[in-house]
Structures are given as C-alpha cells and as structure tokens.
Design a binder for this molecule. Structure first.
Ligand SMILES: [Cu+2]
Length: 310
C-alpha cells in the first residue's frame, strides 16, 4: 500500500500548503537560472585573453545596489505574506472540544471520538469533505502525526495538547506515519485514514460503538477465557468483556474489522493474527507486547476468538 505522496494534496489544508511549496519552488528555480545564467554569460563573454590589459575597475553604483537590495527584499516579503496566508487558511483556531483525539504511544496510535465515545487504534475513519478538529497528545515521548496527502503534520507532546484540522476532499484510504523518531519501532508506527461518505461513516461509528459479542464456537469461547485469565487484560480493553478495560495497548473490541495489525507491520488476516499473537517480539522487536508461552492449541483459540471481534 503506497498512498502517501506529499506531492498529491487531497485536503484544503494540503492544497494551501502545497501551493506555497509550488510557488516558492518556481521562484527559487527562476533565481537559480537568472543568477547562474548571468555568471555563465559573464564568464564567457568577458573572458580575459593573454596580453590584454586589466579591465577598468568600477566602485559604487547606487542604482545597481538599490536594485539588488530591493528585489530580494520584495521576494522575501511576498513569500512571508504567502506563508502567513497559508497558516491562517490551514490552521484556524480549534473549537473548545475536538471531534477527534489522537494519542501517540510507542509504537501505535490511539484514536478517541469524544462525541460518540468510539475508541480505536491505528485506523481512523472520517466523513469525506468535512473538517474534523483533531487534538494530538502523547502518552510517552514525542511522536509526529503525518498523513502526507492530508497535511499538515503535527508533533504530539506529552502533557501538551496540539491541534490540527483533518479533512479529505473525497473518499479514499490515506496512509500516514509517525515522522518524529520515537524508539526502535518508530518506522512501524503507521496510521490509516479512511475517508468515507458521511452515511457510511455513520454506519462505521455505530458498529464501533457496539460492545463485543460473546463467542459461540467452542474454540473461540476457550480463547476468550484465556484472554481473561492471562495478562492480556492488564494492557488491552475489549468492551463487553468483564475485566478487560485497560487502556495502555490498542483497544481490541473491533480489532478484526481493522486493515492492519501492529500499526502497519502486518496486513490483518487470520493467519497474520495468529502470527502476531505467537511472537510479537519476532514480528516487531521492541514493541511493548511480550511474547507468551502458550501451546499451539491455545494460540489457535486466542486467534479464533480475536477474529470474532468484527
Ligand atoms: Cu514515532
């Protein structure tokens, strides 16, 4: 999945920021061409030849000096104005209560929708065409939320709430990544933004709000029991499961409905789910989930149970 080019803006904010980039680049290229062109011209046109006297020396030329001060000054003022305009358009002040709170953890993203109460991880859904105000926080170290097509990027700082507006022009899946080094698995701290038609988004939200259903198949029932009696519940929450309400690891209430596992390191398939459970430290060394000493049968049970969490 490569859908994260910073040169393909897909939100009003990204268009404005991209615009500044394009205009500045054009200006810089023009300056480069004019300056190097003038130097090359002078080099060849006025080349000294053997036996010729030194050229006449000129000191002070008010007109030229004023020109080469005023032109760069105007260029800088123009770029400054352009930047201020982009900042105002891309970053209007946030409302008092955000639509979405995203918290960086080593090495995954937690997402909360305060108005509805939805809690999920590594995959956020948004209604296409609508600007969501998004608060960014961190549980541990600095991280940085960056979905290139939906700019802008923003650092998450423990104890300090930062803010951006998140919007996508049209439905689609947009990939993002942590862009502030945060530890061993920084490279596998991806986030997926799924922008959908508002009605579809509403359905997603309703589905996410449902607590998990008790499993019916025998293997999955055993998996649930194992989940409840192992240390899983000291890190993970599954709504609808007694005792499973810890918040230091991804919420698993609807884990099987997500596209990826381990913040992007595995595609979320039943086989990969089992692979992850069997040895998270092999798949994602340094991730904050320990390996467990279960039997193959027990891993089957856990995986089977987690697959029911749609
Ligand atoms: Cu990071």
């Amino acid at each position: 999945m490569n859908n994260s080019s910073a040169l393909d803006p897909q939100s009003p904010q990204a268009h404005v920021i991209g615009g500044v980039g394009v205009i500045s680049t054009v200006i810089f290229v023009l300056i480069f061409v004019i300056v190097t062109g003038a130097i090359l011209y002078a080099l060849f046109r006025f080349r000294g030849r053997a036996g010729e006297p030194d050229p006449k020396q000129i000191a002070e030329n008010k007109a030229i000096e004023i020109t080469w001060t005023v032109i760069p000054f105007l260029i800088v003022v123009f770029l400054f104005g352009l930047t201020i305009r982009a900042m105002n358009l891309a970053d209007p002040p946030p409302p008092p209560s955000p639509d979405l709170v995203v918290t960086g953890h080593q090495f995954w993203w937690q997402a909360n929708y305060p108005a509805s109460g939805v809690v999920t991880a590594n995959e956020i859904h948004i209604p296409a065409g609508k600007a969501l105000s998004m608060r960014l926080d961190s549980k541990d170290v600095l991280h940085e939320f960056w979905v290139p097509k939906l700019n802008r990027k923003m650092t998450t700082v423990p104890g300090q709430n930062n803010h951006i507006w998140l919007q996508a022009d049209k439905p689609g899946v947009y990939l993002g990544t942590c862009s502030e080094f945060c530890g061993t698995q920084h490279a596998w701290m991806r986030i997926v933004v799924v922008a959908e038609e508002p009605s579809k988004f509403e359905r997603w939200q309703q589905a996410q709000l449902q607590p998990s259903q008790a499993p019916t198949r025998d293997v999955a029932v055993k998996g649930l029991a194992l989940f409840q009696t192992s240390t899983c519940i000291s890190c993970h929450a599954i709504r609808g499961v007694t005792g499973a309400d810890a918040g230091v690891a991804p919420d698993l209430t609807h884990v099987a409905s997500r596209k990826q596992l381990g913040a992007g390191i595995l595609e979320n398939t039943p086989a990969n789910m089992r692979l992850w459970l069997k040895s998270p430290q092999h798949i994602k060394p340094g991730a904050l989930m320990p390996d467990f000493n279960f039997t193959d049968e027990q891993f089957d049970q856990l995986a089977e149970y987690l697959e029911t969490l749609r």
